[in-house]
Design a protein around this ligand. Sequence first.
Ligand SMILES: [Zn+2]
Length: 114
Amino acid sequence: MLEAKCHCGNVELKVDRLPETVTQCNCSICFRYGVLWAYYKPEEVKITFNVEPTKTYSWLKKVIDFHHCPICGCITHYSSTDVTDWECVAINAKMADKDIINKIPVKESDGPGD
Ligand SMILES: [Zn+2]
């Protein structure tokens, strides 16, 4: 089980399994965010908003919505959008317990499709 939450506790994400790897993406946006992605199918991830829903940011081909907590600003996850058949929710593993995440191998990527 992987449990992740933003700094203020507004956004909580839960999945039944730990990822085998987490991905450090070096594309122009992920590098700025400083995130580590754990990829799942959308139906695997339970997302709870305790106070307010996330705000999103999308760019270029708009195949991904990047979600952040409107209160504390943490990037919590991204989700694929309706403009693509590809379905994915990526949890920002930095929102989870660092003692758990630091034991998972990190893969490097240069961007979507890599
Ligand atoms: Zn928050």
